[in-house]
Ligand binder design. Structure first.
Ligand SMILES: *Cc1c(COP(=O)(O)O)cnc(C)c1O
Length: 367
């Protein structure tokens, strides 16, 4: 078990309190995941049921809010059956709790007592909640003009909010500066976050009777669920539990689609992308792990789909009319799912409701 550097392939101990390599390269966790299906079957229904497949020792004490093993439901969408994971049902209201439980467990085991994070959205909320549970102090950096209900949620968990003058990029710079002295609990850079998001794959597989779906339709912002699913299904494949990979279909909005453009080799400038979309959670211009996301889509034979504001709104309305209250960002994935199923035939397709509607009252009021 070790931390392996991108580009350079140097490796580091998992006991090193690092989130990026000394050369500034991204890190991944190399780990031989084990699956004892009988043991899993009898284990408690949360994501820690896969303890032998998660590179964190439960005996050393984990930081948990009893997260995961979210329900999977077969729904009919435009006359086709698809499976939806109810990932809006986590304690903080989004699937980011998957990554927060593993990252904060690791931080606690490393003896860290202060962390820094710079998300104005659901990742910030999840990290703040688990830091509270772990009694680790949590500094969150946000652009000065951030005004959303998610800040109230972070404050409720006791996080310290640092508002930075300027734009998202200035906030990033400030967080990096702080991370020279404080452990960076970033959902984009820190590899321990993906150790949690990968359990999405394990749950999907188990809930389908230890079968691999044909396709996964997932949101693409920073790609934490895409990369996690790719790692998770690869580990199931390597362990011989499944014998193929699912195609990963990634969804972006028309307003902000840098990965879609990169995938199809469409040359544009970054100025073209706007965060002016109701799918604010996937309006990410510079995903640090962009190459890893593009690779996951390519090698699984997946594709990118983009959706318009109109399509996102209509998907949100349709899902609400079926009794589900989801974040508008989550509706972008469903709009992409609707497009994907138009061209699919006889496939087992899994997608998700990524976040809860109760979080984004002001955006929902615009729909
Ligand atoms: C984080 C998030 C996304 C996008 O996920 P990425 O990991 O950034 O690709 C989509 N929906 C919700 C509700 C989220 O919180």
């Amino acid at each position: 078990m070790k931390l392996v550097e991108h580009n350079n392939n140097e490796s580091f101990s998992i006991n090193d309190a690092i989130w990026i390599s000394p050369n500034g390269n991204l890190l991944d966790i190399e780990f031989d995941a084990k699956f004892n299906l009988q043991k899993i079957k009898n284990a408690y229904p949360n994501l820690w049921r896969y303890e032998d497949a998660i590179a964190i020792n439960q005996q050393e004490g984990i930081v948990s809010l009893n997260e995961g093993f979210t329900p999977i439901e077969k729904i009919k969408l435009n006359k086709k059956e698809v499976f939806i994971k109810h990932e809006q049902l986590f304690s903080t209201g989004s699937y980011k709790d998957r990554g927060a439980t593993t990252l904060i467990s690791k931080a606690k085991q490393l003896g860290i007592n202060k962390i820094v994070q710079d998300s104005s959205g659901n990742a910030g909320c999840a990290i703040a909640a688990y830091a509270a549970k772990a009694q680790i102090s949590c500094d969150i950096y946000l652009p000065e003009n951030t005004s959303n209900s998610k800040i109230s949620q972070m404050l409720a968990y006791g996080a310290t909010i640092n508002k930075i003058k300027g734009d998202r990029n200035d906030t990033s710079i400030a967080a990096w500066e702080a991370a020279k002295n404080i452990y960076y609990a970033s959902h984009c850079y820190n590899p321990w976050f993906f150790e949690g998001t990968k359990t999405f794959a394990f749950e999907v597989c188990e809930q389908l009777g230890w079968k691999c779906p044909d396709s996964l339709v997932l949101p693409a912002g920073n790609g934490t669920l895409i990369i996690g699913s790719f790692i998770g299904f690869n580990q199931l494949l390597k362990a011989g539990i499944i014998n193929k990979m699912p195609k990963i279909i990634a969804v972006q909005s028309d307003a902000c689609c840098p990965l879609f453009d990169a995938f199809f080799d469409i040359k544009t400038s970054n100025n073209k992308y706007s965060s002016n979309t109701i799918a604010e959670g996937i309006a990410i211009i510079n995903a640090p792990r962009a190459n890893q996301i593009l690779n996951a889509i390519k090698v699984t034979n997946g594709t990118f789909i983009k959706v318009s504001e109109e399509e996102i709104k209509n998907a949100w309305i349709k899902i609400a009319s079926m009794g589900n209250y989801i974040e508008p960002t989550s509706a972008a994935t469903i709009a992409g799912l609707e497009k994907y199923i138009l061209g699919s035939f006889d496939e087992i397709i899994v997608s998700l409701f990524s976040g809860h509607g109760l979080k984004s009252k002001s955006i929902i009021e615009q729909i």
